[in-house]
Design a protein around this ligand. Structure first.
Ligand code: R2B
Ligand code: URA
Length: 300
């Protein structure tokens, strides 16, 4: 089966020509209402993450890291007209929130990829910076995903299209993952590793938690599943990576997933760290991505 995208080699969605208006509804942007090439044509790095506040903090952080004029504290939300997603920019870096879970990130990515196409962006690197539950690794470790796998540990993303299940590959850019790992060696404050990331449709039962509203399996079954995941190479669990990898891959975008782990799931289900500790953890992927961007831009 072949899929055409606006951003892949053909660069054009098979149904929508360039002449008609395109409304990016959930971003509150459009080709008639906004000059997308002027607003975004020079974007080279797109960073996406679940929370609007975190993505705002990331844009402010990148503003400082890139040595841009002003303190960057008053960054404006480019999607202020929509309360679904938040978008900020700092120089050539775009920072966008995607909410929680595959449906939410999918909607954002469709519109973001069309935005990059309309804006005529070239050589864009896209990175998801997120949180996750770790497997057999110290809380606070950062995992760079080599392969995003589903809850059966397979490198695939299943999407229902016109009532049929279509299976898409979840391959990520190997060179980018290695480049990120090389950058991590210059940040000794926390452990960074490469591993498989398991993507689930739920935070509770879907991730083998026993602290949700339902109680449908034993703690022995839970640990058996998590150990099987570990043995299959899974080092962290989150809720967007397979859809992100599949969509970016089909559209020819070089993509990476970098998530900090908030706990070790072999040790428990509840996230008990303090807000201060969790906030510092969430800065770790940001620091790694800042190092990559600075290096790419020749800023040392
Ligand atoms: C990680 O954290 C969120 C759930 O707490 C979800 O968006 C994810 O992938
Ligand atoms: N995000 C997840 O999806 N799972 C966790 O355990 C922690 C954060």
């Amino acid at each position: 089966t072949s899929v055409k995208s606006r951003f892949a080699k053909s660069l054009i969605n098979c149904h929508k020509g360039n002449s008609t208006e395109d409304i990016l509804y959930h971003l509150d942007l459009g080709t008639k209402t906004h000059n997308l090439p002027a607003m975004f044509g020079d974007i080279k790095f797109v960073c996406v993450g679940g929370s609007p506040n975190r993505m705002r903090a990331f844009a402010q952080f990148m503003h400082r890291e890139l040595g841009l004029a002003g303190d960057g504290e008053d960054v404006a939300d480019i999607c202020a007209g929509s309360d679904r997603y938040a978008m900020y920019r700092a120089g050539p870096v775009l920072s966008i929130s995607h909410g929680m879970g595959i449906p939410s990130i999918s909607i954002m990515l469709h519109e973001l990829i069309k935005l990059l196409h309309h804006a005529k962006c070239r050589d864009v690197t896209i990175i998801r910076i997120g949180t996750s539950g770790g497997l057999g690794i110290k809380a606070g470790s950062v995992v760079i995903t080599d392969t995003a796998v589903d809850s059966s540990f397979q490198p695939r993303f299943e999407q229902v299209v016109l009532g049929d299940v279509v299976v898409r590959s979840t391959e990520l850019d190997k060179d980018l993952a290695e480049e990120l790992l090389a950058c991590s060696r210059e940040i000794p404050d926390f452990p960074t590793l490469i591993g498989h990331t398991m993507c689930t449709y739920d935070f509770y039962e879907g991730q083998g938690r026993l602290d949700g509203a339902l109680c449908s399996f034993s703690s022995e079954k839970k640990l058996e599943y998590l150990r099987r995941a570990y043995d299959a190479g899974v080092r962290n669990i989150e809720m967007e990576s397979t859809a992100f990898a599949a969509l970016c891959g089909l559209c020819g975008l070089k993509a990476a997933v970098v998530c900090v782990t908030l706990l070790d799931r072999l040790e428990g289900d509840q996230i008990r760290a303090s807000h201060e500790v969790l906030w510092e953890y969430q800065q770790r992927p940001q620091r790694l991505i800042a190092a990559l961007i600075r290096k790419r831009l020749g800023l040392g």
